[in-house]
Design a protein around this ligand. Structure first.
Ligand SMILES: Nc1ncnc2c1ncn2[C@@H]1O[C@H](COP(=O)(O)O)[C@@H](OP(=O)(O)O)[C@H]1O
Ligand SMILES: CCc1ccc(OS(=O)(=O)O)cc1
Length: 296
């Protein structure tokens, strides 16, 4: 499939310990590593394009006891500081987190080995959402087409190589997911799957609620399910990134809330790419017990 994008001057990613990150994040690296977590912090962790915005809205709806108006107080990017975010002269994610009253909900895309050590030392709660690699790759490809702050993804064929080789922002999907999966029994980690939330949102939202130490009644849970549906979040200016300038996110290229489905990879992968990917997957994920659902 030959999907091409217009040429643009390439924003560069730089590496920290072999992981490509945005240059501004790398410039701010010592501040990020020295971040002081607090024991009652909740950290939302994802590989990019795994449903971060979705779980953020779910967590906020739970925190606000299902009060939609309270969740409209700010755009989602401002409600939960993104700890490795740096884009001077804006305040960095670390600065925003420092200014936030506790209990704080924060978010990150960092792999385990790059997480500021204070999160482990303080035994914080982590909420990890994983999404199957193929849909994640498709979503990330379209996101890089529209996100003018990230390198141009090239053609789909070229992106297939970049993604499988971990040459994308925040590194290898395989290492990221394996790393967090292996940590899940050693720390307070609730490990969720995008596909499971899609299949039975109420059940998964209930798990999140319990993990957060909350107890909401059925009516509130039903309301959270409704308000966090793809259709609602696509129309919601506080979640759909419509307030972000076109010079950063060009939604005429691809909307931020794009499809929100399981199995869109079938519309992108050729038979040959699928076979090759499955082979790479088996090799890279050998020995892990993690299982992904690829279609609903
Ligand atoms: N309420 C929701 N239900 C299902 N998918 C959602 C969703 N909100 C966002 N998404 C999807 O999650 C992906 C974005 O993830 P992130 O927030 O981590 O950047 C996009 O996937 P697609 O590009 O496949 O549509 C987006 O459409
Ligand atoms: C500006 C580049 C950028 C910003 C945010 C990203 O992650 S996320 O969309 O907020 O999850 C990725 C790249």
């Amino acid at each position: 499939m030959a999907l091409t994008t217009e040429l643009r001057s390439p924003p560069q990613l730089r590496e920290v310990a072999g992981i490509p990150l945005q240059a501004t994040t790398v410039d701010n690296w010592s501040q990020i590593q020295n971040f002081e977590a607090k024991p009652n912090d909740l950290l939302i962790c994802t590989y990019p394009k795994s449903g971060t915005t979705w779980i953020q809205e779910i967590v906020d709806m739970i925190e606000q006891n299902g009060d939609v108006e309270k969740c409209q107080r700010a755009i989602i990017q401002h409600r939960h500081p993104f700890i490795e975010w740096a884009r001077p002269p804006q305040p960095s994610g670390v600065e925003k987190a420092k200014a936030m009253p506790s209990p704080r909900t924060l978010r990150t895309h960092l792999p385990i080995q790059l997480l500021p050590p204070s999160f482990w030392e303080n035994n914080c709660k982590f909420l990890y959402v994983a999404r199957n690699a193929k849909d994640c790759m498709v979503s990330y490809y379209h996101f890089q087409r529209m996100n003018q702050m990230l390198p141009d993804p090239g053609t789909w064929e070229e992106y297939f190589e970049s993604f499988t080789n971990g040459k994308v922002g925040w590194g290898s999907w395989f290492d990221h997911v394996k790393g967090w999966w292996e940590m899940k029994d050693r720390y307070q980690i609730l490990f969720l799957f995008y596909e499971a939330i899609k299949k039975d949102p109420k059940h998964e939202i209930q798990k999140v609620m319990r993990f957060m130490g909350k107890n909401l009644d059925e009516t509130v849970l039903d309301k959270i399910v409704q308000e966090t549906s793809f259709e609602k979040m696509k129309e919601n200016p506080m979640t759909n990134r419509s307030t972000v300038s076109k010079s950063i996110l060009d939604q005429s290229i691809s909307p931020f809330m794009r499809k929100g489905t399981v199995g869109d990879w079938k519309n992108h992968f050729t038979v040959a790419q699928n076979e090759r990917f499955d082979k790479i997957y088996r090799k890279k994920m050998e020995g892990t017990s993690i299982n992904f659902c690829m279609e609903l």
